[in-house]
Design a protein around this ligand. Structure first.
Ligand code: GLA
Length: 341
């Protein structure tokens, strides 16, 4: 209703394990984190206008925006993608603030999309529906065929838990996290954006693999040997191995086997580096330093790769004071919320 004041908040995420599996309908194990984006304002008018605490330029998006990718400033494209998806009955004037690093691989864009979607449609509270809306908004904003993981964990996160998401059938199972495990995120210092990255090419290579051996989510271990192209075969080997590692990580968490969990993270990093080719020398060096640190069970790049952040699991306090990189000890947090004030 026009004149209504609305406040929506949406967390970023870190993925414990299961990267580059969601776009093939595979398994992921992310947590929503205690870094978040807040959109607050008043409904009404013909445009969605948001000031940002990170950019001097305001986003002003007409309710009937046609081409979100042509909107400026660049961050306003995500707002425009959501507006094009939601087609709100009235506009919105307010502000966006965030504690997330931007373009750091902690899903700042998904958090923005989800917070804007909830601000424009405070009645839409079903996590999956909002996540799918936000995912389509990202596709509209960037043209990148991203999967559902980031938007779904931002909407559906659970305090103290990771979520095992089957991205093929879209089922979600909370997995409790042990108290004696720190989850630490370290920024590599390499900014990254999915737009212009090889993300779309990797997704296409997965589809090429599926043209030979069928859906990767159903393919048994080792079936990728039937793929003649060595690059496509390597991409498939990563996805099949990563799905198996997600299952093993859920079991390791259930058994409170922290060293096994760490070993799985290390294997995941090696696979993303060697078979999926989304790591960088900077990420590899950072993971190497973390793996060599006493009390660390394992570390890996998290998210799409090509820069961004690394996640480590360790003994409580083992990475306190880590530097020189920006570092966060993150807590598994609840998903997005919206209030009509
Ligand atoms: C990005 C995408 C996700 C997922 C990860 C890699 O974060 O938005 O959908 O594909 O990369 O796991």
């Amino acid at each position: 209703m026009a004149g209504e004041r609305v406040r929506a908040r949406a967390p970023g995420r870190v993925n414990l394990i299961g990267d580059h599996t969601d776009h093939t309908g595979g398994l992921v194990l992310p947590i929503a984190i205690d870094l978040e984006t807040v959109v607050e304002g008043v409904r009404g008018g013909e445009v969605v206008a948001l000031r940002s605490d990170r950019d001097d330029e305001t986003a002003v998006v007409p309710r009937d925006v046609v081409d979100p990718r042509s909107v400026t400033p660049a961050w306003a494209r995500y707002v425009a993608g959501v507006v094009a998806e939601v087609r709100p009955a009235e506009g919105f004037v307010g502000s966006v603030t965030t504690t997330l690093p931007l373009g750091g691989g902690l899903s700042s864009s998904a958090a923005l999309e989800v917070a804007v979607a909830l601000a424009l449609r405070p009645d839409a509270t079903d996590a999956l529906t909002v996540a799918q809306m936000a995912q389509r908004a990202e596709h509209r904003a960037t043209g990148v065929p991203c999967g559902i993981m980031d938007q779904l964990i931002s909407c559906g996160g659970r305090a103290g838990h990771a979520l095992l998401i089957d991205c093929g059938v879209l089922t979600v199972a909370p997995v409790p996290l042990p108290d004696d495990l720190d989850i630490v995120v370290v920024h590599s210092g390499q900014a990254r954006r999915l737009e212009g990255s090889p993300y779309a090419e990797r997704a296409a290579q997965c589809r090429a693999a599926e043209a030979v051996i069928g859906p990767l989510r159903e393919a048994g271990p080792g079936t990728e040997v039937a793929i003649p192209d060595p690059v496509v075969r390597a991409r498939a080997r990563h996805v099949l191995g990563e799905n198996a590692r997600v299952r093993a990580a859920v079991e390791a968490l259930g058994a409170r086997d922290r060293p096994l969990l760490g070993a799985l993270l290390q294997e995941s990093h090696a696979s993303l580096r060697d078979d999926f080719a989304v790591s960088t020398p900077v990420l590899d060096a950072l993971v190497g330093r973390l793996d060599a640190t006493p009390g660390v069970f394992g570390a890996r790049l998290t998210g799409a790769g090509f820069g961004g952040c690394v996640v480590a699991v360790c003994e409580p306090g083992a990475l306190d004071g880590w530097g020189p990189e920006a570092t966060w000890r993150v807590r598994a947090s609840a998903g997005a919320t919206v209030e009509v004030l």
